[in-house]
Design a protein around this ligand. Sequence first.
Ligand code: CO8
Length: 298
Amino acid sequence: MAALALLRGSAPARLLSGCVRSALTGASWKDSGSRRHFSNDKILVELDEATGVALMKMKNPPVNSLSLDFLTEFSIGLEKLEMDRGCRGVILTSAVPKIFSAGLDITEMCGKSAEHYAAFWRAVQEMWLKLYGSNMVTIAAVNGSSPAGGCLMAMCCDYRIMVDNPKYAIGLNETQLGIVAPFWFKDTMTNLVGHRVTEQSLQLGQMYPAPEALRVGLVDQLVPEDKILSTASSVMTQWLSVPDHARQITKSMMRKQTIDKLVSQREADIKNFVGFVTKDSIQKSLQIYMEKLKQRKQ
Ligand code: CO8
């Protein structure tokens, strides 16, 4: 259903998100010359009306972790752009230095109720459905480290540019936390880098420093930090030179099967997540991992 909506030229996730739709009244556009802005607590958006390109910056310090609040705000922001006829492309980047996104907020998966876990996981699914199923051209300007859910966000985009700095790493590191990436994380990665690289990456929970990420195809291009946005704009111009309808139908053709798979199993996937994350052994693994993060800091 999601990809069918994409074929018709409307935003697929719109069909899937009653709760998000009702929250859309949040931030409103502000004009300044040929640019329009809106922001909410967690994201900053600037739309250049001349080019139809929006710059979307994630701003959830210290590490842009994907909390329930962040995911909700993100989906609202993306939906707003998707519905805006003046917007054809989005560049997704981070306003937090050195971090693109630390992935799912681990504190949302520790010591909470089953209802909370279900709401959280639905919001993770929603973000993925919206970003992976977007009609717009989406380019990730990965300006920092990007583990797990952060890597997923980048992989959802049509093109990835990363800062050429080996200190920044990207990958699906779930097994390092003692947890398992769900099938749609796996499918997104397989579609991007193929079965073999995905199989190895997922089992090892591998984080790739930028040059390695380029080598395995997890990102498309490396550039110096100060060139990342200008490069993203140039790449965007190239993608937008293709007629929208032809590009959108092609994108849908490539992604429909993967999207439909989650749509048809959405409730079962939530149930599976709640069952998994409420296990004592998984709670313990996550707590140990959080403690390790804090110790590393000290
Ligand atoms: N969630 C919550 N808090 C986090 C997270 C996170 N993902 N990452 C970091 N933090 C916290 C740290 O604990 C620390 O908190 P405090 O200041 O209170 O001590 C603060 O953010 C800053 O962290 P660092 O000092 O580590 O910051 P650095 O700049 O040194 O490093 C990194 C930034 C590289 C992002 C580093 O923090 C890191 O590696 N974080 C862990 C990232 C990670 O492993 N994420 C995986 C999340 S799981 C996921 O996304 C998908 C799960 C799907 C499967 C679910 C099935 C059950």
